[in-house]
Write a protein of this length. Sequence first.
Length: 164
Amino acid sequence: MDLAALTPVETLAIIGVVLGFCGFLLGVFALVRISYLRRSLVLLAATDGRDTFVDIVARVVKENRELAKDLDEIDRVLTKTRHELSDALRHVSVVRYDAFGDLGGRYSFSAALLDDSGAGLVLTSIHGRSETRTYLKGLSSGKSDIELSPEENKAVALARGDKK
């Protein structure tokens, strides 16, 4: 078929058929696209009294914000608790011994109670045949102004975590 030999009416008819076919293809494409959009819209639209996808996402975002606020509050309280706990007398040890060689049973003891910085006290009770004496010595950074006995030093070392 020689295109130059076509009459203007035949040329217009061929152009019309080509344009019609292109329009048909465009229409099929539009139908497929609209069908896809409808399926997507069904996910977003509320059906049977259920929440829409957008409502669910908004609720989850709100809950996440509330959780973040709660987490910040918990972190603040935990930081405060850790600070307060460092001042608590939580490192404790007790050393029992016989203060006098002739008594048995190891009734005498030295107890060390320290915080994280080594401040605290040493409580010593010396048990004898006729009496018991109790002494209390303060500590700062694991040291006392009053000289500590070997048993008291051992109790302090154990409370600080030394393996003596």
